[in-house]
Design a protein around this ligand. Structure first.
Ligand code: NAD
Ligand code: IPM
Ligand code: MN
Length: 367
């Protein structure tokens, strides 16, 4: 089977971190015989500049065909004043929606070498390994009605939180399946105390559990309390399953447990395609980081680890994914740091490509 990849570097630091991923992909081709048929295209502001839209139809069509899409980041101040319908972020949202990528896997793993870098104490975060499963195609991100409307003598902004039973059912199954391969525990988070969609969420997750996953330990938590527990004692969690907006917030909270947004990868998975592989998009959790774009300061690890997730979930090469994750771990243990991972004044960070060099050297050493 051929391995097809569509690379969408996007905006800001997106192209900078993706350049390092491209070198890693080439390494796997040359040294591990893992060949990828790679194409590259535009998304976000970069696509808007050329096409007047943040995702061209031809790019969307290509994304539907490939085994995996790898995305850098979208957005930036240059595009802040654009009409909402053509903002860079809408390109990403279109990919998620039209590919029907309902299960967004956001692992938060604390590399031991970075445990002192977290804003929490070492013993709270060391060895941390949790997986947030965020529903990605529905909820308040896409619910109708939405818009800014005239009402009497003022305007009103409306978004709608909406979940169907089948949407909750499928993401719950994804979470239970993952839990079985990990710590066998799922905590579902919503706000059933104030939202009807939360009541339905809790009921459906419990029903899926009782019918098909009774062997997995399930608990429920209000999402606000979940945020608090994530900061208090995150190691109580294994898999967290939650909706689109709560998942967005909680995964940024989890990011800080691990030290830097620059470390966190993600996978967004949909239904299996004809070849049995799931529809899939991989991207770092961070954005385009306009404050450091163009300066060679960005940490490429989140994007590189996103490619590791692609090896595992799209290309069935968990062994090579682990090789890449270990290489990143080794480089961190050796003290190689981009600026976002520095604490001490006066120490010298490596550049984006310097981090790439170190990871490639660690990969060579792994053979
Ligand atoms: P951001 O993630 O871009 O940046 C937040 C902070 O983290 C910044 O200080 C940045 O310098 C730092 N940071 C992020 N990634 C880093 C990396 N790899 N290495 C070192 N430091 C890193 O979030 P923001 O500033 O809220 O958003 C900026 C733009 O990105 C906005 O337009 C936003 O909509 C967009 N955004 C895009 C995505 C995406 O493409 N998936 C995700 C989040 C935000
Ligand atoms: C993320 C981002 C996106 C989201 C934006 C850029 C649309 O914050 O991937 O976490 O809100 O989902
Ligand atoms: Mn986010």
């Amino acid at each position: 089977m051929t391995n097809t990849l569509l690379i969408l570097p996007g905006d800001g630091i997106g192209p900078e971190v993706m350049a390092e991923v491209t070198r890693i992909i080439d390494w796997f081709g040359a040294r591990r015989g893992l060949k990828f048929d790679v194409s590259e295209d535009l998304v976000g502001g970069a696509a808007y500049d050329v096409h007047g839209v943040p995702l061209a139809d031809a790019t969307m069509a290509r994304a539907q065909e490939v085994d995996a899409v790898l995305l850098g980041a979208v957005g930036g101040p240059k595009y802040d004043a654009l009409d909402f319908s053509v903002k860079p972020e809408r390109g990403l949202l279109r990919l998620r929606k039209e590919m029907d990528l309902f299960a967004n896997l956001r692992p938060a793993q604390c590399f031991d070498a970075l445990a002192d870098f977290s804003s929490l104490k070492r013993d709270v975060v060391s060895g941390l390994d949790i997986m947030i499963v965020r529903e990605l195609t529905s909820g308040v991100y896409f619910g109708e009605p939405r818009g800014i409307f005239e009402e009497k003598d003022e305007r009103v902004g409306i978004n709608t939180q909406r979940y169907t039973e089948s949407e909750i059912d499928r993401v719950a199954r994804a979470a239970f399946e993952l839990a079985r391969k990990r710590g066998n525990k799922v905590c579902s988070m919503e706000k059933a105390n104030v939202m009807e969609s939360g009541i339905l969420w809790r009921e459906v997750v419990q029903r899926v559990h009782d019918a098909d996953y009774p062997d997995v330990e399930l608990s429920h938590m209000y999402a606000d309390a979940g945020g608090m527990q994530l900061c208090r004692w995150p190691k109580q969690f294994d898999v967290i399953v939650t909706d689109n907006l709560f998942g967005d917030l909680l995964s940024d909270v989890a990011a800080m447990l691990t030290g830097s947004l620059g470390m966190l990868p993600s996978a967004s998975l949909g239904a299996p395609m004809a070849n049995g592989r799931p529809k899939a998009l991989y991207e770092p959790v961070h954005g385009s980081a306009p404050d450091i774009a163009g300066q060679g300061k960005a940490n490429p690890c989140a994007c590189i680890l996103s490619f590791a997730m692609a090896l595992r979930y799209s290309f069935d090469r968990g062994d090579e994914a682990t090789r890449l994750e270990r290489a990143v771990e080794k480089v961190l243990a050796d003290g190689v740091r981009t600026a976002d991972l520095m604490q001490a004044e006066g120490a010298t960070p490596v550049s984006t490509s310097g981090m790439g060099d170190a990871i490639l050297a660690a990969l060579d050493a792994s053979l």
